[in-house]
Write a protein that binds this ligand. Structure first.
Ligand code: NCD
Length: 304
């Protein structure tokens, strides 16, 4: 039985197969409309979510399967003190696959160790968010035609942003990826990530001003400041509008640079930028459904 806890749980060859399947689903969805008939997905969300939970649910329903779950820890037995381990043992009796989001780092790993069904980590605290990474990789592959051979700027909350941490881990496996980390001093990328890049000899730079590096980028990955992981409101208020991508700033960027964002957006991308053909974040949300469809098929062992 397979789980998806970290973006590294699949080899790059396995990811290629997953992305090929996602591309086939995109082009011929009717072929897959009944493949999960009789199967149940459980979504166990102990933290707020719109995209991740609903895209999982949409994915399962589009595959002909059904969905059960909860979207608020207070409406589950966690409110009575039940452990994640016990919850997943029980969910294993009700569903065939489970997507779990939890505020504690490592919660999905604990769940997978006790589970009788495949577990997908849908975000564990500030740690990892592998299905967002699959979404990001499929978007890049589909719109750029390749994974690797680019300079990517990651901008915003690089300290608490789990999508950033997962994406970097996944991208280091491709050739010629050059990272530029753009953040205020307080929200710098964690040392364990820069140590990993140094060890692997992968080029990176850390800068504060977005305008200084915008002309160099092939991809710009914007993120929101992760309010819920701050210890005090004052720091959040001071940092939340540190970066605002505007149409004027976009004049500095390459004609074919893509703007990605895991969403939700707060203020970091001006809504006027949405009209720019380089803005790819809403297309990215659509790719999130195809890739989750491909993932469910794969983890249930239904891929040919
Ligand atoms: C991200 C998350 O939950 O980490 N959202 C998502 O799943 N698309 C990003 C975020 O909340 O900022």
């Amino acid at each position: 039985m397979r789980h998806l806890i970290s973006p590294l749980d699949f080899t790059t060859e396995e990811l290629d197969r997953l992305f090929d399947l996602a591309a086939d689903i995109e082009h011929a969805p009717s072929k897959y409309a009944h493949i999960c008939e009789g199967k149940i997905l459980a979504t166990c969300f102990y933290e707020p979510s719109t995209r991740t939970r609903l895209s999982f649910e949409s994915a399962m329903i589009r595959l002909g399967g059904k969905v059960i779950g909860f979207s608020d820890a207070n409406s589950s037995s966690a409110a009575k003190g039940e452990s994640v381990s016990d919850t997943i043992r029980v969910i294993s009796c009700y569903a065939d696959i489970c997507a779990i989001r939890h505020p504690k780092e490592g919660a999905a790993t604990v769940a997978s160790s006790k589970s009788l069904i495949p577990v997908v980590n849908a975000g564990d605290g500030g740690h990892q968010h592998p299905t967002q990474t699959l979404t990001d990789l499929l978007t890049i592959r589909s719109l750029k035609g390749r994974l690797g051979g680019f300079t990517i700027g990651l901008c915003g909350d690089l300290k608490f942003g789990r999508t950033v941490h997962s994406l970097i881990h996944a991208l280091v496996r491709y050739e010629n990826v050059n990272f530029i980390f753009i953040s205020p001093e307080e929200l710098r990328i964690p040392d364990y990530i820069t140590e990993m890049l140094k060890e692997k000899g992968i080029p990176y730079r850390e800068v504060i001003r977005l305008e200084d590096v915008l002309p160099e980028l092939d991809l710009l990955y914007m993120t929101r400041v992760q309010k819920e992981r701050f210890f005090n409101e004052e720091d959040y208020v001071r940092l939340k509008d540190f970066y605002i991508l505007t149409t004027e700033k976009m004049e500095l960027a390459k004609d074919d640079m893509l703007i990605l964002h895991p969403l939700p957006r707060v203020n970091e991308i001006d809504v006027e930028v949405d009209e720019d053909p380089r803005a790819a974040y809403f297309r990215q949300a659509q790719y999130g459904v195809y890739v989750r469809m491909a993932l469910i098929i794969t983890l249930l062992g239904l891929a040919k």
